[in-house]
Design a binder for this molecule. Structure first.
Ligand code: IPM
Ligand code: MG
Length: 360
């Protein structure tokens, strides 16, 4: 029997609710496919700040490092917004990404036929959308130095963040982009701002160079502002998008709305080796609806599916979860975020149970 250690970090807000459903799905799949998942749950983000004074303890970091994969809910909330940046809940996420070396963040956005009406865009624009944002996750504007806010002699302040990329950092994320494109429709669009930002001029140069190793993949380049516009104008032109950390953060939120709700999108953050991987929904902790039991667990459930596929080579189990989600939507189950006016609203638990039933 296969045995895997999974660190389960529900985090804050709706993280707790959605994780409950995702864990049920993971356990059910374990039984069905004879895999043993040893789950260790731990606090992270605001929950950890309340208990330990810091968003990520050394013990939890160690747990993540020795696990085969990490499943994360969401971190953050209004309660911790006043804290210094260095101990904000979000730091836990950034530290996990950095310490585990999770440089490649895969964010698929695929439209479900049954949810076309839930999108704010016209059906003919989004019907058939199936794209993947490959976001660089441990460099760029998020991590570059110098950074911080300093007080100037005249009493005014100066805030700085720096967008930095080295050739090896660009090379490895470009390779991920080309490799995944190869397994899809073989189209890679590299998104930069090479007309203004030197670091992304380097990005473009390196991506072109790496592209020489992938003559079967059609490479194109787009400025990030144009890409934001093209995603709304004609999203079907995209297969795989590879881009800088902050650009990817923004574009993946935008891409999520093509599918009707940000509550639908899973993600995988992968490092250089197999045992470095974290899976999480791309949405946040949604403090406004936390504790009400109305959150959509699908993004986290689909993150479990990605974990099975990328970390555990359980492709069949992964597909089964994706099919179950599709069927549940087809049967009309709708959490508040994807329900149309007048449609019956499914709770978080009901949605999880419905997926479980399909799996059985
Ligand atoms: C995301 C989130 C995070 C990010 C936040 C919560 C730090 O928006 O995963 O997209 O900015 O990367
Ligand atoms: Mg984001």
């Amino acid at each position: 029997m296969k045995h895997y250690n999974v660190a389960v970090l529900p985090g804050d807000g709706i993280g707790l609710e959605i994780m409950g459903e995702a864990v049920k799905v993971l356990k059910a799949v374990g039984r069905k496919f004879k895999a043993e998942f040893a789950l260790t749950e731990a606090l992270v983000g605001g929950a950890s700040i309340d208990a330990n004074g810091v968003p990520l303890t050394d013990a939890v970091l160690k747990l993540a490092l020795k696990s085969d994969a990490v499943l994360l809910g969401a971190v953050g909330g209004t309660r911790w917004e006043g804290l210094d940046y260095s101990i904000r809940p979000e730091r836990a996420l950034l530290a996990l990404r950095k310490e585990l070396g999770l440089f490649a963040n895969l964010r698929p956005a695929k439209i479900y036929k049954d949810l076309i009406a839930a999108s704010t865009l016209k059906p003919e624009v989004i019907d058939g959308v199936d794209l993947l944002v490959v976001r660089e996750l441990t460099g760029g504007l998020y991590f570059g130095t110098p950074k911080g806010v300093e007080v100037l002699p005249d009493g005014t302040e100066r805030g700085v963040n720096t967008m930095v990329y080295t050739t090896p950092e660009i090379e490895r994320i470009a390779r991920v982009g080309f490799e995944v494109a190869r397994k899809r429709r073989k189209k890679l669009c590299s998104v930069d701002k090479a007309n203004v930002l030197e670091t992304t001029e380097l990005w473009r140069k390196v991506v072109i160079k790496v592209g020489k190793d992938y003559p079967d993949v059609e490479l194109s380049h787009m400025y990030v502002d144009n890409c934001a516009m093209q995603l709304i104008r004609n999203p079907k032109q995209f297969d795989v998008i590879v881009t800088e950390n902050t650009f990817g953060d923004i574009l993946s939120d935008e891409a999520s709305m093509l599918t009707g709700s940000i509550g639908m999108l899973p993600s995988a953050s992968l490092g250089a080796t197999k045992n470095r991987a974290m899976y999480e929904p791309i949405h946040g902790s949604a403090p406004d609806i936390a504790g009400k039991g109305i959150a959509n667990p699908i993004a986290t459930i689909l993150s479990v599916a990605m974990m099975l596929k990328y970390s555990f080579e359980m492709e069949e189990a992964s597909n089964l979860i994706e099919d179950a989600v599709e069927k549940v939507l087809n049967r009309g189950y709708r959490t508040a975020d994807i329900a149309l006016p007048g449609e019956k609203k499914t709770t978080c638990t009901e949605m999880g149970e419905a997926v479980l039933k399909e799996l059985a």
